[in-house]
Design a protein around this ligand. Structure first.
Ligand code: NI
Length: 267
């Protein structure tokens, strides 16, 4: 097992100044292989699709249509053995070093870019997916399960953008059926790409503007993301993230139908 990751004072200062940080491998090649098997099985068996946890992040998500950006929310709910991986403990340690001892695991998700057809994930701030009435500081630890390069869709960041407010977003392609968000207008002239080895990691603040390009390579680009943060608090001045109200996605429909089914089974 890989020992817990100790950040240097320079790395911590870099994260707070730039809003992101790239790290080398945080797990062994053997662990990457083990995780890759679990990961591929979850996508193959459409884990979570029925309850809205698996869907097309970048497309309209019709039944039977190939997804351009298959995503699974909460993959470790469908493969609890993932939690045994050393990277969960390492990610928690990184989050505590960057955010303080209160930082705790919130959720995980997986984004697969299929070989040659995987689409770009447009520029966005993660906080834009949340509730504008709340503050819930978090960071995402993004882990590729093969080398990540500009060609297959490694992470790119706009340095310092974590100090911005959450700027207006819309559904990708202005299509309310698409779950993924895109910032209306973004100055990306200073963007930095972060290639990583397999099992490496980037950490980014939930306001940092980021993007991954399309997968132009001949192999799938697998990424697992762990989100860790502080407890949410109600804001004195709520913000209106109206773009989330405008969404009408098949994913939400499936989630609602699953909840209705579960409620009907309650005694
Ligand atoms: Ni994101």
């Amino acid at each position: 097992m890989t020992p817990a990751v100790r950040l240097t004072p320079e790395q911590t200062a870099f994260f707070h100044r730039e809003g992101y940080l790239a790290l080398g491998a945080i797990m062994t090649p053997e662990e990457v292989d083990w995780l890759k098997d679990i990961y591929d099985r979850l996508f193959e068996r459409k884990a979570g699709r029925e309850v809205g946890d698996q869907f097309d992040l970048g497309g309209t998500d019709e039944e039977g249509k190939d997804a351009v950006l298959p995503q699974i929310l909460n993959p470790s709910r469908y493969a609890p053995e993932m939690r045994q991986g050393s990277f969960y403990a390492s990610a928690s340690g990184i989050a505590r070093q960057l955010m303080g001892e209160e930082a705790a695991f919130q959720f995980d998700h997986a984004i697969l870019k299929p070989a040659r057809t995987g689409a770009a994930t447009p520029w966005h701030q993660d906080e834009a997916y949340g509730d504008g009435a709340m503050d819930y500081p978090s960071i995402s630890i993004w882990i590729p399960l093969q080398p990540a390069t500009p060609e297959n869709g490694c992470m790119q960041f706009v340095p310092g953008s974590h100090r911005w407010e959450v700027l207006p977003h819309h559904c990708i392609g202005h299509n309310p059926q698409v779950h993924g968000l895109e910032m209306d207008e973004a100055d990306i002239s200073t963007a930095v790409a972060c290639p990583l080895p397999a099992g490496g990691a980037t950490a980014h603040h939930h306001r940092t503007l980021h993007y991954t390009g399309p997968n132009l390579s001949d192999t799938p680009r697998r990424a697992l993301v762990l989100v860790l943060g502080l407890p949410g608090v109600l804001r004195s001045e709520p913000r209106d993230f109206y773009w989330n109200r405008q969404k009408q996605t098949p994913r939400q429909e499936r989630a609602r139908a699953a909840r209705r089914k579960e409620e009907a089974l309650q005694p």
